[in-house]
Design a protein around this ligand. Structure first.
Ligand SMILES: Nc1ncnc2c1ncn2[C@@H]1O[C@H](COP(=O)(O)OP(=O)(O)OP(=O)(O)O)[C@@H](O)[C@H]1O
Length: 334
């Protein structure tokens, strides 16, 4: 922990993870977007990693809450409590100006909820930046050049697809299909195929370890031993899940991501489409790490696909970089 005056701050307020970027310092905090609360008093008991470890393991008197859902605020008061904690933990002592990213295509009401929550959490003032734009900056794409770039940010709650040129978004799509939906799909697949009930943390671990975007490419992945509760006997049970099982489970989400990319490409001008073919599509966000995803997207679109360096940090880095233009951003987001 360290203290600093009112420096500008960038926050990637994600459905799965929140990252805080302090101007001049870089990323100083990266924690799960989870809050544990006492259900009777409403008191906050833990935030971040400590609270995440409680998911699925809390007694009736404690609830582990993920206050963001599908990229937007689902529980306002809990989001404020979480942001306040993260700002303090990042060492913010004065009242900073804060830039927060939001998925493209969110409503004005959803945007206002984010800026209000940030002010209530301690910001002097708050502004928003669109997530795919921040992701593109963080991935090092030439956003200001007269050349088209395409970025696909696959987070926990949303997949944001955008083409960018000359400092602005040319076309964009945001779908509420990303990492969380993959976890849900794995939970229902395991329930249907194996009569086994597993928790969301387990599903996420399975996805990260043996998840694959292509069934073909999953042959060498797994098997992985998975523990849960047998739906018939009600008792704990261990089963083996194969990479192909997981690939089949996440197919619907992968196809939805591909459709969003195709739709966005179809909407762009021939010049930008040509630039994207030349330069390729860049993937950011934690979902970009799903095995075989670049190959599957490339096969479906005919465009080369790359994963950005540090995909989980691109949005936070881009939000932080955009603080350099905070005066312009203030005018733009008004
Ligand atoms: N190796 C991996 N394979 C597959 N998925 C992964 C991997 N690592 C992380 N993820 C997934 O990435 C998601 C989190 O990514 P990220 O932190 O970019 O999202 P976020 O910014 O919190 O969400 P959003 O942008 O929707 O608000 C989670 O669903 C997580 O399970």
């Amino acid at each position: 922990m360290f203290g600093f005056g009112a420096k500008n701050i960038g926050i990637d307020l994600g459905t799965a993870n929140t990252l805080v970027y302090v101007e001049g310092k870089g990323i100083v905090l990266n924690e799960p977007s989870v809050v544990a609360k006492d259900t009777s008093t409403g008191d906050v008991l833990a935030v971040g990693s400590e609270a995440r470890d409680m998911i699925g393991r809390t007694p009736a008197s404690i609830k582990a809450i993920r206050p963001m859902k599908d990229g937007v605020i689902a529980d306002y008061d809990t989001t404020v409590a979480m942001m306040k904690y993260f700002l303090q933990k990042s060492g913010a002592t004065g009242k900073p100006y804060v830039m927060v990213c939001v998925p493209s295509g969110v409503t004005e009401v959803e945007k206002r909820a984010v800026t209000d929550a940030t002010r209530v959490a301690g910001a002097k003032d708050a502004y928003v930046i669109e997530e795919p734009y921040a992701a593109a900056i963080g991935a090092g794409l030439p956003v200001m050049d007269p050349t088209g770039s395409m970025v696909v940010d696959i987070g926990g709650g949303t997949t944001d697809v955008a083409t960018i040129s000359l400092g602005g978004i040319v076309s964009a799509r945001s779908i509420r299909m990303a990492g969380d939906k993959m976890d849900e799909a794995i939970i229902s697949y395991v329930r249907q195929e194996f009569n086994l009930l597993i928790g969301e943390r387990t599903a996420e671990e399975i996805k990260m370890e043996i998840g694959s975007a292509s069934v073909e490419g999953a042959k060498d992945l797994g098997p992985m031993s998975v523990r849960g509760r047998d739906l018939v006997s009600g008792l704990p049970k261990t089963i083996d899940v194969s990479g192909e099982d997981v690939a089949k489970a996440v197919q619907e989400v992968v196809q939805a991501i591909i459709e969003a990319i195709k739709d966005t490409l179809e909407e762009t001008s021939p010049e930008i489409a040509a630039d994207v073919i030349d330069r390729g599509i860049v993937l950011t966000g934690g979902g970009a790490l799903l095995k075989n995803l670049p190959g599957v997207i490339s096969d479906a679109t005919g465009v080369p696909v790359f994963i950005a360096q540090d995909p989980l940090e691109c949005v936070a880095i881009g939000t932080g970089e955009s603080l350099k233009h905070i005066e312009l951003m203030k005018r733009r987001s008004r």
